[in-house]
Design a protein around this ligand. Structure first.
Ligand SMILES: [Zn+2]
Ligand SMILES: [Zn+2]
Length: 177
C-alpha cells in the first residue's frame, strides 16, 4: 500500500507483447486501449468478435458495434459511396473469434504502471486524436506561434531599439518550493 493510489485512477497498465516480440516496440496503455490496439493491429477481420462487413469497424461487444458503427465516419462514407441504405445485415457476430491471451497482452506490475503513467502524464494524447481522424486532415498548418519580436516592431519606431535592450536576458531564478 504505497503512493500507487495517487495514480490509480489510470488503473493497471497493460502491454502488447506482439509489438514487443515481433517489432521490438513498446506499447503500454490502459487495458481497453491495448485490447483495441490488438484487435485493430494484430487480428484479421475474421478474427474479430464483432465487425461491420461494410466499413470493417471491429470491436469486442455487440452493443458497441450497434452503438458506434453508425457514428463511424467510414461507415457513412461507404454507404454514401455505394448509394445503399444502412442495414443491420452488415453487422457480423463471429461465432469463433480469436481470444486474446496473456501471451498477447500482459498486465504490468503496479510499480511499473505507476512509473509509466507518471512518465506520460505531461504528454498530449496524440494517439487518441489520430484514431479519431480516420481520414487525412487537409487543413494547412496554421498554428505556428508568431514571434513576439515581429509583433513588437511597429513602423513608428523601427530603429530606436538597440540590440542590447532588445535581447536583455532575464536572470533565471530557481525557487525552492
Ligand atoms: Zn501491438
Ligand atoms: Zn460499417
Amino acid at each position: 500500500m504505497s503512493q500507487f493510489s495517487s495514480s490509480s485512477q489510470r488503473g493497471r497498465a497493460y502491454q502488447c507483447l506482439k509489438c514487443y516480440h515481433r517489432m521490438d516496440t513498446v506499447y503500454i496503455e490502459a487495458k481497453y486501449r491495448v485490447y483495441n490496439h490488438f484487435l485493430k493491429e494484430h487480428m484479421s477481420l475474421d478474427q474479430a468478435p464483432y465487425y461491420c462487413r461494410l466499413c470493417f469497424f471491429r470491436c469486442f461487444k455487440r452493443e458497441e458495434l450497434e452503438k458506434n458503427v453508425h457514428s463511424f465516419r467510414r461507415h457513412a462514407l461507404v454507404l454514401q459511396e455505394k448509394n445503399i441504405p444502412d442495414s443491420p445485415e452488415f453487422l457480423f457476430s463471429n461465432p469463433s473469434p480469436y481470444l486474446i491471451t496473456d501471451r498477447d497482452v500482459t498486465a504490468l506490475p503496479a510499480e511499473v504502471c505507476k512509473r509509466h503513467w507518471l512518465s506520460i502524464s505531461k504528454k498530449p494524447d496524440i494517439l487518441s486524436q489520430a484514431i479519431q481522424s480516420v481520414l487525412p486532415d487537409l487543413s494547412p498548418v496554421s498554428n505556428w506561434p508568431l514571434s513576439p519580436f515581429l509583433q513588437q516592431s511597429s513602423p513608428e519606431q523601427p530603429s530606436r531599439l538597440t540590440p542590447i535592450q532588445t535581447f536583455q536576458p532575464q536572470p533565471i531564478t530557481y525557487v525552492n518550493l
